[in-house]
Design a protein around this ligand. Structure first.
Ligand code: F6P
Ligand code: MN
Length: 312
């Protein structure tokens, strides 16, 4: 075995084997696997975009499609032929679309390339997926069966939960998603915070809460990409991400269906919490695909503390 190459004679657990050992239902397992494979195609597209960064023009002089549109097409096409998905809803589309024949079990929501505007800065970006087995126009608690996200950074990692814990996989050089951490569990309290929105737009109560975290010595860790910012809280086993209600936009910025519900599903499975400052994110009823909500997500102590500040 060459250095750095996985030794497959050893007991390496890959994504498919892990889901099988976890007893996840076969169609859901296949669907999660197919989405993880799409992550490889998306990462290839991100790599292709380096030609644009390097100043290359499309040889036909055509406008190149934005990366987030391309990734949405890849995902939609792949799911269309999966046989498991009846409907697809994505940040890139106006509305939910029927992509199956109606008999399929699942509805998939996607933020195909979160943080795509960061691609030129070489910061990490991600794909966020929610999987529902009932109408998405309900609370996540009632309709969600699984969620996953992929982080495209120095490494490509994937975290999924099908309701039996949250598990991390790393895409290795042979193209396998290899288990790197099983059953991620957050501590009760962390030491980092990641606050979205401009300070001058925060409400008085939110500002007081953030000042308290600063007084308590929490370290600022904010990249501006939702996926890596959440991933940091999960992998460091605690801390808080928030994108709050703003004075001019009381519903904050982030989308309930595409961004917040999947991350809340995973965070709860890791023993953390996710609220809008009051209610659990997974208890909020979705009434439109464009719905937004404020979010406080991470380890229990900080999320509960936010709730106390906001109720004063
Ligand atoms: O998808 C929205 C997003 O790009 C997230 O990745 C990120 O958390 C947020 O917006 C940052 O927003 P802003 O820079 O406008 O505060
Ligand atoms: Mn996004």
């Amino acid at each position: 075995m060459g250095e750095g190459i996985n030794d497959y004679t050893k007991n390496i657990v890959d994504l498919r084997r892990h889901m099988w050992m976890d007893g996840i239902e076969v169609e859901l397992r296949r669907l999660i696997w197919q989405i993880a494979v799409v992550g490889k195609y998306i990462s290839a597209k991100i790599h292709e975009s380096n030609r644009k960064l390097a100043g290359f023009k499309n040889i036909y002089g055509e406008e190149q499609l934005a990366l987030d549109r391309v990734t949405d097409d890849i995902l939609k096409n792949k799911l269309q032929h999966s046989g498991f998905v009846s409907h697809y809803a994505s940040e890139e589309l106006e509305d939910i679309v029927a992509i199956g024949c109606g008999q399929e079990k699942y509805i998939v929501t996607a933020d195909p390339l979160d943080g795509s505007s960061l691609v030129d800065t070489n910061l990490s970006i991600g794909t966020i997926i929610g999987i529902h087995n009932k109408s998405i126009f309900d609370s996540g608690r009632n309709s969600m069966v699984a969620a996953l996200y992929i982080t495209y950074g120095p490494l490509i990692t994937m975290i999924y939960s099908a309701g039996k814990g949250a598990h991390e996989f790393v895409l290795d050089r042979e193209g396998e998603y290899v288990l790197s951490e099983e059953n991620i569990q957050l501590k009760e309290k962390g030491s980092i915070f990641s606050p979205g929105g401009l300070r001058r737009d925060w409400t008085a109560a939110h500002l007081k809460f953030i000042e308290k975290l600063e007084e308590d010595g929490y370290k600022l860790r904010y990249s501006g990409g939702f996926v890596p910012d959440i991933n940091q809280v999960l992998i460091k086993k605690g801390g808080l991400f928030t994108y709050p209600a703003l004075k001019k936009s009381p519903q904050g910025k982030l989308r309930l269906l595409f961004e917040l519900q999947p991350m809340a599903f995973i965070m709860e499975q890791a023993g953390g919490l996710a609220t809008d400052g009051k209610e659990d994110i997974l208890s909020l009823k979705v009434t439109s695909v464009n719905q937004r909500a404020p979010i406080y997500i991470g380890s229990a102590a900080e999320v509960k503390m936010a709730g106390q500040f906001l109720s004063q």
